[in-house]
Write a protein that binds this ligand. Structure first.
Ligand SMILES: CC(C)(COP(=O)(O)OP(=O)(O)OC[C@H]1O[C@@H](n2cnc3c(N)ncnc32)[C@H](O)[C@@H]1OP(=O)(O)O)[C@@H](O)C(=O)NCCC(=O)NCCS
Length: 228
């Protein structure tokens, strides 16, 4: 197990649905507190495939952390690799469906774009298992009290395991600690899965907006807000 960086946050997922998982939780908790006491956060985030009960040892430890420059670079290369497969579910559901041109996606997820967003004050929260990035959230400052969660994406092989919810909760906790009182999100009106994700997490619908998409055409977005 690689040493944790001081800013690594480990989270708990209420996945302890049977004794095997509880046992693993205790073992991992002990292991981390024993070896990294000064860096230890008592919360551990466990998850396993939703299509059945976990086998003993099948739990995963997911960390959620604020990306530094090197992780932003890694995120960019993961996103570009995923988006290069135009037959992938991510590409079909998030790019092709909206008629977004390939060049636009390549530019939006390039190292330069993500790093300059970070320099401009965006925060990238990355969920990973060991060194593998499972998803991320990008937070953009909007005012002294509010931020916009511009993107939250969990890659398809890791969805419906509670990781998106944990990532969202960690973003909320961290932003609240920084004095932010409101998180805004906007999503496509027809994006029912994203809307139910936000609604399940207590975001309130506040607005409907027609925008000119940067790649051309019009989009109807629904705005949600969460008071922290
Ligand atoms: C939206 C997204 C981040 C959710 O991540 P996730 O890890 O799968 O979410 P969770 O497992 O924590 O799900 C929490 C709840 O969200 C809702 N939800 C998530 N995926 C859903 C889906 N495909 N259909 C319907 N509801 C869904 C459900 O209410 C779910 O609770 P349940 O599993 O108890 O029914 C993920 O599906 C994703 O990355 N989608 C593509 C990108 C996107 O649309 N991002 C949001 C707009 S930027």
């Amino acid at each position: 197990m690689r040493p944790l960086r001081p800013d690594t946050k480990l989270l708990t997922l209420s996945a302890s649905r049977n004794d095997a998982t509880n046992h693993e939780l205790k073992r991992l908790t002990w292991f981390r507190s024993f070896f990294y006491p000064q860096r230890f956060s008592e919360e551990i985030f466990l998850t396993y495939p939703s299509n059945g009960q976990p086998e003993p040892g099948e739990v995963a430890v997911i960390s959620i952390e604020v990306a530094r420059e090197e992780e932003v670079r890694k995120l960019s290369s993961k996103l570009l690799a995923i988006m290069a497969d135009t037959n992938s579910q991510v590409y079909r559901e998030n790019v092709a469906k909206f008629g977004i041109p390939e060049e636009y996606v390549r530019e939006a997820f390039s190292e330069e774009s993500l790093l300059s967003a970070r320099t401009a004050g965006n925060i990238f929260y990355i969920a990973s298992e060991d060194d593998d990035i499972l998803g991320f959230g990008q937070v953009v400052p909007r005012s002294k009290e509010s931020v916009e969660l511009d993107r939250i994406i969990i890659f398809p092989e890791s969805t419906r395991r509670g990781i998106g919810t944990k990532l969202l909760h960690e973003i909320e906790r961290d932003q609240k600690n920084m004095g932010i009182t409101k998180i805004i999100v906007r999503t496509g009106k027809e994006e029912l899965h994203a809307r139910s994700f936000y609604e399940k997490n207590f975001f309130k619908e506040t607005n409907e907006i027609e925008i000119d998409a940067p790649w051309g055409g019009e989009l109807t977005l629904v705005q949600y807000e969460l008071e922290l």
